[in-house]
Design a protein around this ligand. Structure first.
Ligand code: HEC
Length: 109
């Protein structure tokens, strides 16, 4: 029943943004969420945290796993040289996806 809505939803999302947000929403689709987070990270974060490693910004894959709330707060508020990102730039689902991606990177390290 919901399936019939997906093409429509996907089409409107594709025109709304360039990233491939999973059509069913990111909740409950961990692989989809990580893939979405990877795209957003490449777009917004990778320049300074290449592959999550140290660049212009510090490594995000340090000894300690950075808690999700800390990553989210840093992204929303900015931090020193790091700019803040608004909800218009990265929405809350997108930020969750970025956190999932960073935590997944850490796990594979
Ligand atoms: C213009 C470069 C730049 C971009 C783009 C950028 N960062 Fe940063 N980031 C930094 C710098 C520099 C710091 C260190 C700030 C400080 O300690 O004063 C930092 C710090 C952080 C920290 C805190 C790390 C710690 O151990 O204290 C997190 C988490 C983080 N960035 C995540 C992100 C995420 C996620 C994105 C993408 C949404 C992003 N950053 C985009 C430059 C950047």
């Amino acid at each position: 029943m919901m399936r019939t809505l997906f093409p429509l939803l996907a089409a409107s999302l594709l025109t709304a943004c360039s990233t491939s947000r999973p059509p069913g929403g990111i909740r409950g689709d961990r692989e989809g969420e990580i893939a979405f987070g990877r795209e957003l990270f490449a777009q917004h974060c990778n320049a300074c945290h290449p592959g999550g490693e140290e660049g212009e910004g510090p490594s995000l894959l340090a000894e300690l796993v950075l808690p999700g709330w800390f990553i989210k707060r840093t992204v929303r508020q900015g931090h020193g040289e790091m700019p803040a990102f608004t909800v218009e730039q990265i929405d809350d689902d997108g930020l969750e996806a970025i956190v999932a991606y960073v935590h997944d990177l850490r796990r594979r390290d």
